[in-house]
Design a binder for this molecule. Structure first.
Ligand code: SAM
Ligand code: SF4
Ligand code: SF4
Length: 337
């Protein structure tokens, strides 16, 4: 089996289908100096399917569609249908802000999608607008409700917690998820991209998040779903729900990272914090054969040594400290979450 320099296989492929987004989440969106990918540079569905097909025999059995906002990609259900038809793919998932989920849930389900992750950081409509720049909470809640009604399940909620912004809503978010039968994953605020004003003090740690939850709920640790899963999971001991925390900053999990990312313009990226990707699109468009592409992918993964979050933590604990802006990174909307 294919392994990188730290003996990690490639198992998950995160495909960004567009870098466009209708939201402007302050923790994600670059506001200055971002050049949108030109339309002609965006991978076609045929090209995405071809790459997905090549990755499966290398070990990938799980694909996540992301972005930008993936539901802004026209006819996304047609891509879903192509991917669910691939032999060897165990799991296809979509991460979305759910603003267009109400109208897209049924076609996506019909195309074979079974489950979704929805990003939702606050239940306060005014704050929602502020955090997302322009989002409408009611549309997201409607999207969730339609998805649930038609059985696009299970639904997981992703909530990034930022100190002084929505850290007072942790219990409300647990309660909302519990009552609606959603699992919830809290995400430590990360220094993705180059434009968010990340400071370690604005990140609420896994330890703090759990302390807040335990003031009201009793938790039992169930652990990571698989060794490579980012989330450490817990169940409420009364059986009424599941929560998880993705502690990328305080408890990094690079040791088990089996994730490869494909940008909307066909760059293969081996870490969320990479400063560059490997251009597969140009190869594909210059008549490379499947064997040529495989050779390139194998060489990239075999040389992979990424462990950015572990290095960040080491730097945070060092005398010099960690300087988030010293390292140029690809923007989150380009390479997907
Ligand atoms: N637009 C879709 C959405 O928001 O779900 C998919 C793409 S978004 C980049 C994927 C995930 O990244 C979302 O759950 C979002 O909350 C998360 N994310 C973005 N910026 C982040 C940050 N600075 N720290 C932690 N998670 C972040
Ligand atoms: Fe858009 Fe998702 Fe980034 Fe928010 S987190 S700006 S919804 S891509
Ligand atoms: Fe994987 Fe990079 Fe995140 Fe570490 S920092 S878990 S190597 S994506």
């Amino acid at each position: 089996m294919l392994r990188d320099t730290l003996n990690r296989p490639v198992k998950d492929l995160r495909i960004s289908v567009t870098d466009r987004c209708n939201f402007r989440c302050t923790y994600c969106m670059p506001f200055d100096e971002y050049e949108w990918i030109e339309k002609k540079e965006i991978l076609s569905f045929e090209e995405i399917e071809r790459l997905a097909r090549l990755f499966i025999p290398l070990g990938v059995d799980k694909i996540r569609l992301t972005g930008g906002e993936p539901l802004l990609r026209k006819d996304l259900d047609k891509l879903v249908a192509r991917l669910t038809a691939l032999t060897g793919l165990r799991d296809l998932c979509l991460t979305t802000n759910a603003s267009h989920l109400a109208e897209m849930a049924a076609p996506l389900k019909a195309a074979g999608l079974t489950r979704i992750n929805v990003s939702l950081d606050t239940l306060d409509a005014e704050k929602f607008k502020r955090m997302t720049g322009r989002g409408d909470l009611a549309a997201v809640l409607e999207g969730l409700s339609v998805a649930q009604r038609i059985g696009l399940l299970p639904i997981k909620i992703n909530a990034v917690i930022e100190r002084g912004v929505n850290d007072n809503e942790i219990l409300d978010l647990v309660e909302f998820s519990r009552q609606n039968g959603f699992a919830i994953r809290f995400i430590e605020y990360m220094d993705v991209g180059n434009a968010n004003q990340w400071q370690s003090g604005r990140m609420v740690s896994k330890k703090e998040i759990l302390e807040v939850i335990q003031t009201r709920y009793s938790l039992r640790l169930t652990g990571r779903d698989q060794e490579s899963a980012p989330s450490v999971d817990f169940e409420l001991t009364d059986g009424s729900g599941d929560i998880g925390v993705i502690a990328s900053v305080t408890e990094p999990f690079c040791f088990g990272c089996t994730r490869a990312r494909l940008t909307a313009d066909g760059k293969l990226v081996t870490c969320l914090f990479s400063n560059d990707g490997h251009d597969l699109k140009t190869l594909m468009r210059s008549a490379a054969t499947d064997e040529d592409l495989l050779e390139v992918i194998l060489a990239i993964w075999t040389r992979r040594a990424d462990r950015y979050s572990e290095e960040r933590l080491e730097a945070m604990h060092s005398r010099k400290g960690y300087e988030p802006r010293a390292h140029k990174k690809i923007e989150m909307i380009r390479l997907g979450g």
